[in-house]
Design a protein around this ligand. Structure first.
Ligand SMILES: Cc1cc2nc3c(=O)[nH]c(=O)nc-3n(C[C@H](O)[C@H](O)[C@H](O)COP(=O)(O)O)c2cc1C
Length: 142
């Protein structure tokens, strides 16, 4: 049933620092569209960087990702992970959001490291760090 499930994790840089109101606007539209398109995922925002995980049926994820990449509110999008996955990590979240200030120190450190190492690691294919980061995040939610 989920044979063509796809997962993308990317990192990007906000064109300018986002206010809470602007972030909420991105989230509102994302949740509406993603509910319609059967896409779930997670958005992290830390110090001017976005990390987003998108998961769902492959064609749907492609469409959303293509639309998001063109958004002028961010740039320098680095795809850190793009693979097939048998199941969703965030099945109930049309777009989960966490301001990173609310996260534990270890996770914050992992996010900081992820952002620093991203330019080198985006060119490698396995997305190991992206996967580890997202897994830690899922653990912290339990
Ligand atoms: C960091 C970031 C993440 C986004 N994530 C999503 C998303 O998950 N789903 C989505 O539909 N739009 C997302 N958007 C918004 C899209 O870029 C675009 O503005 C929106 O999909 C247009 O929707 P509309 O045609 O319904 O107005 C995101 C934008 C930014 C800046």
């Amino acid at each position: 049933m989920n044979s063509s499930m796809r997962r993308i994790v990317y990192l990007s840089t906000a064109t300018r620092l986002m206010s809470d109101l602007e972030l909420m606007d991105v989230l509102r539209v994302s949740r509406e569209n993603n509910t319609r398109d059967g896409v779930t995922g997670l958005l992290l925002y830390q110090g001017g960087n976005f990390i987003q995980l998108l998961e769902g049926e492959s064609a749907a994820v492609d469409t959303v990702y293509a639309r998001v990449m063109k958004d002028p509110r961010h740039h320098s999008v680095l795809r850190m992970l793009d693979n097939e996955s048998p199941e969703r990590l965030f099945p109930g979240w049309s777009m989960g959001f966490r301001p990173t200030a609310s996260l534990g120190d270890e996770l914050k450190q992992e996010i900081a490291e992820f952002i620093i190492k991203a330019p080198q690691e985006a060119t490698t294919t396995d997305g190991r760090r992206a996967l580890r980061l997202v897994s830690s995040f899922v653990q912290s939610m339990r």
